[in-house]
Design a protein around this ligand. Sequence first.
Ligand code: PNW
Length: 399
Amino acid sequence: MPEKKKKLKYKFPAEFLWGTATSSHQIEGGNENNWTEWEKGGHIADGSLSGRACNSWELYKEDIRLVKELHNNTYRFSLEWSRIEPEQGHFDHDALRRYRDLAHECRRNGIEPIVTLYHWTQPLWFARQGGWLNKQSPLWFRQYVTRVAKELGRDVTLWCTINEPLIYSYNSYFKGKWPPQARSFWQFKKVLRNLAKAHELAYFSLHDGSSDCRVGIAKNNQFFESYLNQWFNKMVVKLVSRFWNHSFLGKVRDTLDFIGLNYYFHNVVYASMRGYVVMNENKHISDMGWEIFPRGIYETLMELKRYNLPVYILENGLADARDDRRADFIREHLRYVHQAIREGVDVRGYCHWSLLDNFEWADGFEPKFGLYSVNFKTFERTPRASASVYADIAQNNGF
Ligand code: PNW
């Protein structure tokens, strides 16, 4: 039977990449890194440990089957540095082979792998020497990346060096929320500087390893908006968004082939001399209390126009255990992505966070970000209703 041609209101560009995103520590299980050490101190809100997580270390072929079931043509995952280089200078062949298998499994299924090199977890030897505060840290990172490029360079074209440098350094070195729980503005700034250096070195290593690779970062950008149209608020909005959205990108812009955008947050800023507060309307929120504000993805995309680079949306999603908001969330955000494309932003792909329910950092397993729910005892994956909505969009390249 010939397929019925659907009339699409929002048609995406040919070759558009549709995918989901995950990270190693959140899904693999069995890791030994600075985060697993920290978990043992009872820091996780729901009392859990990452433990076996989704057991994706073993079940990666099953995961790719799900990606396929979603009619996706890309999958963003990350490499666990602590597995690849468990001791400084010693590389684990089995771990490297396992990641090569994962990339092959993607390719075999017509899925473009997008590979993140650093999604926040550190090998113990790295953490013990001060992690990103050590001035050698960018060089250590380069050594790891050079080795990875040699092993995976033939299978991987799209590389994301660092996931959300600001969210990470802010929570780990300024807010004291994540390991190593520092609270220092200077450490925060120093870590940002070293992450930028690490990115630059990685950029050149990756390009040495393969001629046609493309390298970017995943940047958490937020839509800052002034409370009412008050001049003081507007000024603060300008400063805050210049710092949060553009300072890191500005530092590394000469070594970016694309920008990865992670969009989650909208902030209506009400400023006073003592700082600012966020005054969101919060008409719609996720299970984590994060405001759902689809227009923000359009605004953050339009703000990226100035860099004149291709953009991949590398994360966007919500915790929604009952799955009663996710389908609308996806459609609404994509409507705005489509509008940004119409208005000239070169958006090449969209990765939903996340494929699976997984280990949500200091919040444990409670938040449910997955298009597939996971039974954390049997590791069985079950599609939520929104998964088929997303699968249709990907299959039709629009909706
Ligand atoms: C992103 N916050 O992180 C990460 O890249 C993912 O690993 C994560 O699972 C996902 O978003 C959902 O949270 C963030 O507390 C984690 O503001 C926390 C915050 C922001 C982003």
